[in-house]
Design a protein around this ligand. Structure first.
Ligand SMILES: [Zn+2]
Ligand SMILES: [Zn+2]
Length: 357
């Protein structure tokens, strides 16, 4: 049994691709368009009654079934696809193929945020990103070259969670008043207790071991309002990877983020007190997760004999990556900053001096 689905134009047989701007399957050869039903919305995550223990690891159990070799339905050629890859283009006939065994059963994604930005807008987004970056070498705009761009559906776990528990603090209030010849400082000490019950939804953690976590984290936020129930048609013409990190393996990252946010929210309620110190208590998180494919353009920029890795959020157009730093430029930049600080200091000094005189 072949685990392959073709994405081929029914009129002329040319490959179909998902067109981000029109949100349809498009044939570049004859212009045929196929709408994807709009009712494919992803349901809201059900947050009642879940428990972290319900998370089952389905990374391991389907590994053994993965077929190393597929046969193209159109031309019969043998197609070898990396273990984690869901889609491929037949190198012999150009057919766009989805490897359905990698998206069925326990490996089926719960949803997908389709690409919303076409690759042709990427150079503009990159230029917008550079604008106002003071540290860039002067010749960067004219000298850089955009490397190969890959539109990838990156696997993510979207964690929902409930953080609850009690935190204890010590705090004080300080008041000062005058009584006859005495100035009295009165300090009240308090033991403070806060119960927390905070709900989170859609905290993204990337599920691919091959893409740097930091790069993926900086691509946030993704807007879940555009998330659709999974459908292979959104993948046509793009690269897509399945998860290779189970939700168990990455859930600690989501858990830490949720607990830290909940602690911040609790501490924000203690504004009436000074000298706040933590004095015990603990917050616990219960998690659930959905498996989503999120749209990311990966590309590199060559400059001065070096390659710089970049990524763009394929939904919002946000660009992230490292930038080369020009030596002369950064020197001028810091010199200017130092000059501004010195001027501010001098102004403050003179104001004080004049008031005192
Ligand atoms: Zn066609
Ligand atoms: Zn083929």
């Amino acid at each position: 049994m072949e685990h392959i689905m073709e994405q081929k134009c029914p009129s002329c047989g040319a490959p179909l691709r998902f067109d981000p701007e029109q949100g349809v399957l498009l044939c570049d050869s004859c212009g045929n368009r196929q709408a994807i039903p709009a009712e494919l919305q992803i349901g809201d995550v059900q947050l009642d009654g879940f428990d972290f223990n319900v998370l089952t690891d389905h990374a391991a159990d389907e590994h053994a079934d993965a077929l190393p070799v597929y046969h193209c339905v159109s031309c019969g050629a043998e197609v070898i696809v990396p273990e984690a890859r869901i889609t491929t283009t037949c190198p012999y006939c150009g057919n766009n193929i989805v490897l359905t065994d990698k998206v069925t059963g326990k490996l089926r994604p719960d949803g997908v945020i389709p690409f919303g930005i076409d690759q042709k807008h990427l150079p503009d987004a990159v230029n917008d990103f550079y604008r106002g970056k003071a540290l860039l070498p002067r010749d960067f705009f004219t000298e850089h070259t955009l490397g190969k761009v890959t539109g990838v559906y990156v696997p993510f776990w979207m964690f929902g969670g409930k953080v609850s528990g009690t935190l204890r603090f010590r705090g004080e209030t300080v008041s000062m008043f005058r009584q006859g010849d005495y100035e009295i400082t009165q300090t009240h000490h308090y033991q403070l207790m806060r119960d927390a019950d905070v709900t989170f939804r859609d905290v993204p953690v990337d599920a691919s071991g091959r893409i740097p976590d930091k790069l993926m984290d900086s691509l946030e936020p993704f807007d879940m309002a555009d998330a659709k129930a999974f459908d292979t048609r959104y993948l046509a013409g793009f690269t897509a990877d399945r998860f290779d990190q189970a939700k168990y393996d990455v859930s600690d990252r989501a858990k830490r983020r949720m607990i830290a946010s909940a602690e911040d929210a609790v501490e924000a309620t203690l504004y009436d007190y000074a000298g706040i110190r933590r004095a015990g208590g603990e917050l616990r998180a219960m998690l659930t997760a959905r498996y989503l494919l999120l749209p990311v353009y990966l590309f590199s920029i060559e400059y001065g004999g070096k390659s710089y890795e970049f990524a763009m959020n394929g939904q919002t157009g946000k660009v992230v990556g490292e930038l080369p730093v020009g030596k002369g430029v950064s020197w001028q930049y810091f010199l200017l900053r130092a000059g501004v600080v010195a001027a501010a200091f001098i102004a403050a000094f003179f104001t004080k001096y004049m008031l005192g005189a």
